[in-house]
Design a protein around this ligand. Structure first.
Ligand code: ATP
Ligand code: MG
Length: 233
């Protein structure tokens, strides 16, 4: 059996993650996909990251409706930074019968040369890398040696320009996130008041302004000016 592994910060999980996991499952005949939210992401140390339990809860909510998806707390219970090699060794012990296939975006796998014990990681598993807007196959070819590239299958027929960074910024700005992430995740974010560092309410957009009234106002000014010009003629 082939087991897909989808790791990430999932802060929050969104349809980009879910679509890539499902596309990989079907295309590469994976028996299931395990989502593994990381505890303390090594590459995000020093940044503010939402508590692991919230990220895990949102991941569970988002994956619940797909019988082929499962979630693991392994990186949450392990202390210290979450390294892929540690998770891989745990999975090899836990699922000895499975061929492990890591699913990532091209932006993430392009950094593999900075990962702890990356030669072992690339030798012990295969990768599926998904394109994202701004990160195509050429981006990967420009950065990785050919023996690494030969262990990476790419998917990219449909790329979704959704990111957790954008979702966090949207919540903060009071912009909608519906249809970027499952409803249950959007509700969790609202209920737990995530991503509102200034304590404002996401149902009350503060700094978005009203672009339509601005347009209407500029029309009114133009119309007034036209009136005046006609009078003068
Ligand atoms: P952030 O903006 O906070 O970095 P993110 O949207 O990149 O969040 P991560 O949790 O960092 O999400 O990503 C987990 C994995 O999912 C990574 O391998 C990343 O490349 C991949 N991924 C995230 N969003 C997409 C997307 N829209 N399309 C393809 N892959 C994605
Ligand atoms: Mg990311």
């Amino acid at each position: 059996m082939r087991l897909g592994i989808m790791g990430g910060t999932f802060d929050p999980i969104h349809y980009g993650h879910l679509f890539v996991a499902e596309e990989s499952r079907v295309r590469f005949q994976l028996s299931s996909v395990m989502f593994i939210p990381n505890g303390l992401p090594p590459h995000k140390q020093g940044c503010e990251v939402t508590p692991p339990e919230d990220r895990y809860a949102m991941t569970e909510i988002a994956t619940a409706s797909n019988p082929y998806f499962e979630c693991s707390r392994i990186e949450l219970v392990r202390s210290g930074p979450s390294y892929t090699i540690d998770t891989l060794e745990w999975l090899e012990r836990e699922r000895p019968d499975a061929d492990l296939v890591m699913i990532t975006g091209i932006d993430a796998i392009a950094e593999i040369l900075t990962w702890r014990r990356h030669q072992e990681v690339i030798q012990r598993t295969t990768f599926i890398a998904a394109t994202r807007p701004g990160f195509d196959i050429q981006y990967l070819k420009d950065r990785l040696p050919t023996d690494y590239l030969s262990r990476i299958a790419t998917i990219g027929s449909t790329s979704l320009g959704i990111s957790s960074t954008d979702i966090r910024a949207r919540v903060q700005a009071g912009s909608p996130i519906r249809y970027l992430t499952p409803d249950g995740v959007a509700e969790y974010i609202k209920e737990h008041r995530l991503y509102l560092s200034d304590g404002s309410d996401m149902s009350n957009p503060s700094d978005v302004g009203d672009p339509l009234s601005a347009i209407a106002a500029s029309h009114a000014v133009a119309a007034g000016r036209g009136q005046k010009e006609r009078t003068e003629l």
